[in-house]
Design a protein around this ligand. Sequence first.
Ligand code: AMP
Length: 415
Amino acid sequence: MNVLVLNCGSSSVKFQVIDTDPERIAADEDRCLASGLLERVGSHGLIRFQAEGQEPLISDAPLPDHRAAIDSIIRWIVSGDARIPGIRSLSDIHVVGHRVVHGGERFRGSTLIDTEVLRGIEACVDLAPLHNPANLRGIRAIRDLLGEGVPQVAVFDTAFHATMPETAYLYALPYSLYRRYKLRRYGFHGTSHRYVGYKYRKLIGIEREQVNIISVHLGNGCSACAIKGGHSIATSMGFTPLEGLVMGTRSGDVDPSIIEFLVLKEGMSPAAADNLLNKQSGLLGVSGLTHDMRELLEEVQENQDRRARLAIDLFCYRVRSYIGAYLAQMNGADAVCFTGGIGANSWEVRASICEGLDWIGLEVDDALNRQMVRGAGGEIGKAGSRVRVFALPTDEELLIARDAVRCVRGLPLPI
Ligand code: AMP
């Protein structure tokens, strides 16, 4: 089946076309036929399309809204120019899988989209006011462009964390606020953590119930997830993606009283304080240079920049603290798995995080770690390390495509 996977952000649309079905899933032979990214949706767009085995096509065009962006994707996919194997007309797109950021408490797994589900996603707009409306625009655009006959599936960033116990998801605020607003930890990056759990169990040949790992997603956004018995039992992002680890521009954990302090001292509005924590903090805020880890590492290497070093150290310190906390909550884990642009690629960051964790039996093999800078990923721990260590590139699009097929066929949704 050809699945169009769509990830609609507030001003961008990412997509892949993936050929998969239950047989391909079982054989791990899903095939990505094409991919692309459309940026600056809402104004003059930048467009990048690439079909398997071909050079990327880069162009620009007015993209007034998500519908226009998706229209241009579909036109390209079915155009002769794209030369995507097996796709000649609209009827060759069999199902569309959407990344949907927030599923609230209602959506505990991926689901076929119908009017009820659309209403449910709308009801979560308050919880993700930037993201869910963009996801909804994508779903409606597909309905208009491909018709009601093409099934659509929603895959939620929050769903994997639906198994967290109350103690992990409740904040110690008045319980009435949880009742009134569902104010609680939801967690995000669920599809990525779920993929890491899947990849790990495939690599070492175990069943889902035997997956006891800490998955650490380090990209522009960062989160850690404790996976016990194949289920998420704790994660570091919270009510919003702001909480937890230090990120590219997000602060992660801070004392909430800092907001009132800033409002008083700097005359900031609550919105400006929120912007400061989300957009001007993290690696960017501490270094004063950039949110980009690769650039910070270069800055340290070439210029021994003190603040770049400090930002990286703070970043690693926070990850280590969460690993420690989750090891305690899980009664120990079998492995720590790094993913995301930083986690899958940066041997320096992985080494720094794992330094001093030998007391729990987690030891990185320096040579293996340095080699693991791109590609399929794999184990980077020392042979015999009690807690194994892996670097595994994530693939959220693949899981979205697989879930889309499983939902259409009425199959279970394993990790
Ligand atoms: P993502 O959001 O998953 O695409 O990750 C983006 C982050 O990964 C940025 O901070 C990049 O600088 C970082 N990154 C990507 N490749 C590397 C690398 N080889 N070494 C260090 N950081 C990297």
